[in-house]
Design a protein around this ligand. Sequence first.
Ligand SMILES: *[C@@H]1O[C@H](CO)[C@@H](O)[C@H](O)[C@H]1NC(C)=O
Ligand SMILES: *[C@@H]1O[C@H](CO)[C@@H](O)[C@H](O)[C@H]1NC(C)=O
Length: 142
Amino acid sequence: MFARSAFAVAVVAVVASCGVYAQEPNCARNYTVALGDTCDGISAKTNTSTYQLATVNADKIDAACDNLAVGEPLCLGIIGQDCDVVHVVASGDNCDAIAISAGTTDAILLANNPNVNSECTNIYPGEVLCTATELVYTSTSS
Ligand SMILES: *[C@@H]1O[C@H](CO)[C@@H](O)[C@H](O)[C@H]1NC(C)=O
Ligand SMILES: *[C@@H]1O[C@H](CO)[C@@H](O)[C@H](O)[C@H]1NC(C)=O
């Protein structure tokens, strides 16, 4: 009896501490924010697109990405919808050239990066694009 109630207390403590920094259970890749991190910096060093990082962590990261907290856990991608093949946009890049060099098509590039407009005029140096050769975010269940 005593052992069982001690166990119950420990479980409550663990649940309470998880509540502060809840992590996504379906997360394919976890990440902990480090000093000096920026969203595109995290994306570039972890092979995660700018779109995917923002979308998966939409409840934690604001639109300007100015609220990252050191030690904060982030999820880099959801299992089954995790693009980890990327290209960091350089000055002068365009979608045609990025798609060709990645061996994919403009249509797939745009589908995997819904934040990029159809004319590809809003990409910027340092942005991280998913360059997977297959559609990552299609799902029969949603
Ligand atoms: C990421 O963290 C969650 C919550 O702790 C865990 O359930 C999951 O297994 C972790 N994923 C990986 C790939 O470590
Ligand atoms: C990112 O992708 C490149 C190219 O495939 C690979 O060399 C590198 O190890 C990857 N980095 C991480 C953190 O997965």
